[in-house]
Design a protein around this ligand. Structure first.
Ligand SMILES: Cc1cc2nc3c(=O)[nH]c(=O)nc-3n(C[C@H](O)[C@H](O)[C@H](O)COP(=O)(O)OP(=O)(O)OC[C@H]3O[C@@H](n4cnc5c(N)ncnc54)[C@H](O)[C@@H]3O)c2cc1C
Ligand code: SF4
Ligand code: SF4
Length: 343
């Protein structure tokens, strides 16, 4: 498909822009892009797909040969502080187990080995996938592969690793190596966050308003968020979040009107010098210059008061919490005229 720009007037927005697969060009020890017969799990997915270039037949792209031995290397670029990506990709293990069983179903005699620090199968059903892979004869080597080399005589890839079960250094050869690569946030997330007044975590994934109580809401009213743009997750969770976000958006728009905060910012336009500092500091994008006048979009203002504190002209008051109301309280407290016991 090609990109298409559509202009729409909308009442709510649900952000579901997903995440990106890491292209392991800077994980030099695995030789991706340098050695033949090394591919990512996303590329392998195309090989096993009936609609893919080989119609589902597993063949090495370099020479069209069906591999008789395949190694999967887990956590490529994940759980790796070198890339400031110390988190788990969440789906890499279950995907390798799925791909390994697919190989065994189609080509039962293939030697399939997964190199892993520890297999992480999140959620119901995935442990059964692990057991099934073991029963089908998939080998698991506990140990992160350290380096790959091309064996030019046999035209195979040699995988070096420490087998933590035996404490031995091993160097076995395979016809094909599949890298279970990390997932990382979309590179345009900061731009999108600025545009929609959303926030991102230390890695660049979007943050929801509350991880337990408001998992598909952003801090911005009317902007919802779901799926892998919040962090790595499997399809079932992404779909459930998408449906939850759609239900939340419908609940907001359905009645045709919605309640706004009773506490909101008000600008004294006679005092305002239009410096737009309030617009810069507001986390909700509520202050804006319209037709030469600074105004507050009431439906966006959450009454946090950040703009009021920043205004160099003291031109912003919070409804029901005006400076003229608050200052006497502070002065009285400072003079010790009342204590908490009196209130
Ligand atoms: C190699 C691999 C194997 C996997 N295997 C499994 C598996 O076996 N089982 C499983 O449950 N999960 C698996 N997953 C995870 C699964 O792909 C995700 O859980 C799922 O795709 C997340 O869905 P999503 O809708 O949030 O994001 P995505 O499916 O990534 O969809 C996001 C969409 O938004 C579009 N987009 C991005 N930015 C913009 C923009 N600015 N404007 C407009 N559109 C935009 C993208 O083009 C994309 O179409 C795998 C992932 C990978 C990478
Ligand atoms: S899901 Fe598996 S492959 Fe991915 S980072 Fe976690 S442990 Fe590593
Ligand atoms: S910070 Fe104060 S003076 Fe500056 S634009 Fe906003 S309301 Fe006006």
């Amino acid at each position: 498909m090609t990109d298409e720009i559509l202009n729409r007037d909308v009442g709510t927005i649900i952000v579901t822009t997903g995440s990106q697969s890491y292209e392991p060009l800077d994980t030099r020890e695995y030789g991706y892009g340098l050695l033949p017969h090394v591919m990512t799990n996303a590329q392998f997915e195309r090989l096993t797909n009936a609609a893919g270039p080989t119609h589902g037949k597993i063949k090495r792209p370099s020479d069209g040969r069906t591999p008789t031995s395949i190694a999967f290397l887990q956590c490529v670029g994940s759980r790796d502080a070198r890339f400031e990506r110390d988190y788990c990709c969440y789906v890499g293990c279950e995907n390798s187990l799925k791909q390994a069983t697919q190989i065994k179903e189609k080509y039962p005699d293939t030697d399939v080995t997964i190199y892993t620090m520890d297999i992480r199968t999140h959620g119901t059903g995935y442990e059964a996938l692990y057991q099934r892979a073991r029963e089908m004869g998939v080998n698991i080597v506990k140990g992160r592969a350290s380096e790959l080399e091309h064996d030019q005589i046999e035209d195979k890839i040699q995988v070096f690793a420490e087998d933590l079960y035996t404490g031995m250094n091993i160097g076995l050869t395979y016809d094909l190596v599949v890298l279970a690569t990390a997932l990382h946030p979309q590179t345009d997330n900061p731009e999108m966050a600025r545009m929609l007044k959303m926030t991102t975590d230390q890695y660049g994934y979007f943050l929801c308003a509350h991880p337990k109580l408001r998992p598909v809401e952003s801090f911005q009213d009317g902007v919802f968020v779901a799926g892998a743009c919040l962090g790595p997750m499997d399809i079932a969770k992404a779909v459930a979040m998408g449906e939850a976000a759609a239900a939340k958006a419908q609940a907001l728009m359905g009645p045709g009107k919605f309640n706004i905060e009773p506490i909101y910012a008000e600008i004294d336009t006679d005092n305002c010098i239009k410096c737009e500092l309030c617009a810069d500091v507001c986390p909700y994008g509520a202050p804006r210059l319209e037709e030469g006048v600074m105004m507050i979009a009431r439906e966006q203002c959450q009454g946090c008061g950040t703009c009021s504190a920043a205004c160099p002209q003291n031109a912003i008051d919070m409804k029901h919490y005006k400076t003229s109301q608050l200052m006497p309280m502070i002065e009285a407290a400072a003079k010790n005229e009342f204590s908490y016991a009196d209130t």
